[in-house]
Design a protein around this ligand. Sequence first.
Ligand code: NDP
Ligand code: 2IT
Length: 448
Amino acid sequence: MSFKNSYLASVMEAVVARNPHEPEFHQAVSEVLESLEPILERKPAYQESGVIEMLVEPERIIKFRVPWVDDSGKVRVNRGYRVQFNSAIGPYKGGLRFHPSVYEGIIKFLGFEQVFKNSLTGLPIGGAKGGSDFDPKGKSNAEIMRFCQSFMTELAKHIGANTDVPAGDIGVGSREVGYMFGQYKRLSNEYTGALTGKGLNYGGSLVRTEATGYGLCYFVEEMLKDNSTSMEGKTVVVSGSGNVAIYATEKAIELGAKVVTASDSNGYVYDPDGIDLALLKKIKLQERKRIKEYAKERPNAVYAEGCSGVWGVPCEIALPCATQNEIDAESAKKLIENGCIAVGEGANMPSTKEAVKLFLESDIMFAPAKAANAGGVSISALEMSQNSQRYNWSFEKVDHMLQKIMVDIYKKSSEAAKEYGYEGNLVVGANIAGFIKVADTMMAYGVV
Ligand code: NDP
Ligand code: 2IT
């Protein structure tokens, strides 16, 4: 780790010592702390108040047993988590991830990132994340439902519309949110918006499904515009084929780009004719099949095993929308060599530290996750507003608000970068801009 500031170095050392064996959490914290060096020089109160030491420690970690019965009658036991990281500027807010790789370190990294992302949105939401090591792959609908109900039976004790409002993430989409909301409503005997990403019949917001992918493209378009270009006519590589990837693909196509790839954890498809969005949606959203199937139905598309090969496909814009650390230094070098001009992170922390360094040292325009993928949680916050009003806004209204929020986040991040001497570095800009609102609020509260 490379800290010039000895205080920040000592905070980082303490984080590593206190949270051993959690490399993703260390990675997320070190990136933010490194960005804070220029602001600490100007405002020593951030050090004197202890606010940074408080920020790196979650307010509360909830860890629980999730027992359920599979279709053969066998009892299965998973582990559930909710890390309520910071509630300085609003109720805890952030998604739930169901994936076998989930452990405390993953949820902590995601919760920590969420604090700054949510601050950047300008909306009154604190940061949290949760999930389970449950693997939804190959499970029947009934098994998914029993798991979600058991998970919520415990989680319900800790959430609420004014306390903590979970939503989806990897492995948690509208089906899972439906099962969890149904169980929450039953347990609490209340009809309140304690989850977002709900179905449209029961308090969901229009545009929430599309929001992360659309928001990513709005952000990237603004970044390109600031550099006198646009998505129009560009070749785009997208990784993943889930919620974020599908709607990033949809908006990129709408903006005139040609998306040529989609992937999952087994491999990727390259379609030189441009991804057929209707086919992608049919395979992934309706049939819930693997991405391999796509190539079988398109004349010129090819499927390759292994998901990292997708970064070797020549493109001008890369949109990683699958998972953390999916772009390592080798993949970053390939993108740079092949003439990529912009990277927009749809997934959370999809680039390793080494990859980010390579992007920042190159001419590539780099849109970091905290800023670029904040569209999803922004519309979640607007879902909360609509639930409080007991009213639903139109698609056009919400989409317009999403566009404005993403442009504002771009402006805030690029202006903060410039103000602190890092013009063009949106990593530093987004981290500083996100930090200021939370840190100033915490200082107003004192030591709490
Ligand atoms: P989905 O579950 O809908 O899709 C995840 C996609 O990523 C799938 O194609 C999945 O493939 C792939 N994937 C998952 N794990 C891996 C892995 N280890 N290696 C390669 N591919 C993998 O999730 P989302 O689209 O919602 O989330 C994608 C990313 O976006 C995550 O990083 C999430 O945190 C982030 N994000 C999501 C938001 C949202 O609103 N949903 C908001 C902001 C960020 P497979 O089927 O093989 O597992
Ligand atoms: O990473 C994220 O921002 C999300 N998974 C969305 C969280 C939310 O509360 O909508």
